[in-house]
Design a protein around this ligand. Structure first.
Ligand SMILES: [Zn+2]
Ligand SMILES: [Zn+2]
Length: 230
């Protein structure tokens, strides 16, 4: 009994207080300490409202003006740079789930959203990893905002290798048919949650599927974005 209560005590202390993931200093109940949090590479404030790439005046960027992507708006918390890249990989590959909570804490669900849809993983990838990091980030967001989390709205039926080296047309061709929708979403305003936005091609493909199924508006809420233009 004494051993059990000792174990419970240790377990409780471990849950209640943790070392900062980045610097090792005591961080209380948060995964990283306040000093490290302040140093994170927060995304620019003056950005294209459609794709979240930095623009001088906060106006729509040239690429989105020339060829509007399938989605209507994007919000990004961080640049995909050190140490956020390390944190994203630690969540994905080392199962540091506390980091999903931290990411969810810095993202804000816009008012008026009807549904939250996490970026789907291919079932094979899901089986390898055991979880979808976008779901882990979206779940606390949906709970906090009181918005339905819909996992089955869109699924990934084809695995697509990294697309960063491809041109925009090639990326779009590569992704054609990679996602399918399973639900009518007539008139819904949908928020797609993802961990990293690189070219935006996957988000555009998901948005196209959601709109084909009736969504009126598709917005993206993303932890981190690379500076690659769409
Ligand atoms: Zn720290
Ligand atoms: Zn743009």
């Amino acid at each position: 009994m004494v051993v059990l209560s000792r174990l419970l005590h240790v377990a409780a202390a471990t849950v209640l207080s943790q070392d900062c993931f980045l610097c090792g200093a005591p961080a209380g109940r948060r995964p990283i300490c306040d000093d490290c949090r302040a140093e994170l590479p927060w995304h620019a404030e003056s950005v294209c409202p459609v794709c979240a790439l930095p623009t001088a005046d906060g106006g729509v960027c040239g690429a989105c003006l020339r060829r509007p992507p399938g989605f209507d708006a994007t919000w990004v918390a961080f640049d995909y740079a050190f140490p956020v890249d390390v944190m994203v990989k630690a969540l994905k590959y080392q199962h540091r789930f506390a980091l999903a909570g931290l990411f969810a804490d810095v993202l804000v669900v816009p008012d008026g959203v009807d549904l939250i849809v996490p970026m789907p993983l291919h079932p094979r990838r899901l089986a390898e990893r055991g979880f979808n990091q976008a779901v882990e980030i979206a779940r606390p967001l949906a709970r906090r905002a009181g918005v339905e989390l819909m996992l089955e709205a869109v699924s990934r039926v084809r695995h697509t290798p990294s697309q960063a080296q491809l041109g925009r047309d090639e990326r779009e061709r590569n992704l054609r048919g990679a996602f399918v929708g399973a639900r009518r979403l007539d008139g819904a305003r949908v928020l797609v949650v993802d961990d990293v936005m690189t070219t935006g091609a996957s988000l555009a493909a998901v948005a196209a599927v959601l709109k084909a199924n009736g969504a009126a508006r598709v917005e993206n809420l993303v932890v981190a974005r690379t500076p690659t233009p769409l």
